[in-house]
Design a protein around this ligand. Structure first.
Ligand SMILES: Nc1ncnc2c1ncn2[C@@H]1O[C@H](COP(=O)(O)OP(=O)(O)OP(=O)(O)O)[C@@H](O)[C@H]1O
Length: 302
């Protein structure tokens, strides 16, 4: 079996009496883009900072490339690239100088690829960092990271501040990493981005991983919205197992929600009816995420 690039097992982190990470467990394999999502304050950055050795864990284990992140940081960091959500840059150096400095610190060199990335992200590398917008500061870190020859790339909300064109460049570069067999951890609030790029997703809530799986597996946890119009009225549909919220529309069509595991039996039932129109809208990652977000709000209010 392939060794995971990242293995986290029951990771915990306390800040004084506050337990920010209660139980974080997941793996990321080579060639995989793993989406790490959850509400504000759920513990995404704390998990990442602990993996990078910036914070000391209070319990549990974590390995990167099979090495203990708390003991073998130097060996791990030589094969790892990281971009935080809010990048600090030396204000009096130019963007180009900072990219080269980041590359030097990572024992890498400015290459043709670096120039291609500067062009693709449309960064003016001659300008001093103090004149850069937030988006341009992000670009400096992203260009350095994508120019780095690493095996594991960690991005913590990397596209906050990027315009749609640059977000697209970011996505293309991540997919190139994946095609090259690299592992990627992507923490993001942009669910459409996660949905588009990630092979598997982990949802964190209040310091705990509450779900991990492929988008397909996640979809089974939620409901599909079906809009159907039959020749004959079918009020008995509301009594079928897994069917919820049946509403009759003005034109006689029905809108209902069906648990994903009962979608097939609903379709079998409908195949025996005369259908005028049928539309099934699969749940998005946002539908699933909002479900967890909602339950967080309720928990906090109790
Ligand atoms: N140094 C610290 N001292 C005390 N509490 C902290 C510290 N760093 C983070 N926390 C708390 O730990 C929890 C998790 O924070 P974290 O920044 O990891 O969340 P996040 O999921 O990355 O959120 P966001 O999506 O807003 O970036 C929060 O309640 C935060 O207030």
């Amino acid at each position: 079996m392939t060794t995971p690039t990242l293995h986290i097992n029951h990771l915990q982190k306390n800040f004084g009496k506050f337990q920010a990470l209660k139980d974080i467990t997941f793996d990321i394999y080579p060639g995989e883009v793993f989406g790490f999502i959850g509400p504000n304050g759920a513990g995404k950055s704390t998990t990442i900072r602990t993996l990078l050795g910036i914070l000391k864990a209070s319990g549990g284990q974590a390995t990167i490339f099979g090495k203990d992140v708390f003991k073998d940081a130097v060996a791990i960091h030589s094969r790892l690239a990281y971009v935080p959500g809010d990048v600090y840059l030396w204000p009096n150096l130019s963007g180009g100088e900072i990219i080269d400095l980041f590359l030097k610190l990572a024992h890498n060199k400015h290459t043709e690829k670096t120039d291609q990335l500067i062009k693709a992200f449309q960064l003016d590398p001659t300008k001093k960092a103090r004149t850069y917008s937030k988006g341009n500061r992000q670009k400096v870190a992203l260009i350095a990271a994508f120019s780095t020859e690493a095996d594991f790339y960690i991005f913590d909300e990397p596209t906050s501040g990027l315009d749609p064109l640059n977000e697209e460049i970011f996505q293309q570069e991540v997919l190139k990493l994946k095609a090259a067999g690299k592992a990627v951890l992507l923490s993001s609030h942009i669910l459409s981005e996660v949905e588009k790029m990630c092979d598997r997703i982990g949802i964190i809530r209040q310091g705990k991983i509450v779900e991990t799986g492929t988008l397909q597996e996640m979809r089974h946890l939620t409901r599909t919205v079906v809009k159907v119009q039959t020749v004959e009225p079918t009020p008995e549909i509301a009594a079928l197992v897994g069917v919820h919220n049946v509403e009759v529309n003005q034109n006689g069509s029905m809108t209902l929600a069906v648990d994903s595991e009962h979608l097939d039996s609903l379709m079998e039932y409908l195949s025996k009816k005369q259908i005028l129109s049928l539309q099934a809208t699969p749940p998005t990652l946002e539908d699933l995420f909002l479900r967890y977000y909602d339950s967080e709000v309720q928990t906090n209010e109790q």
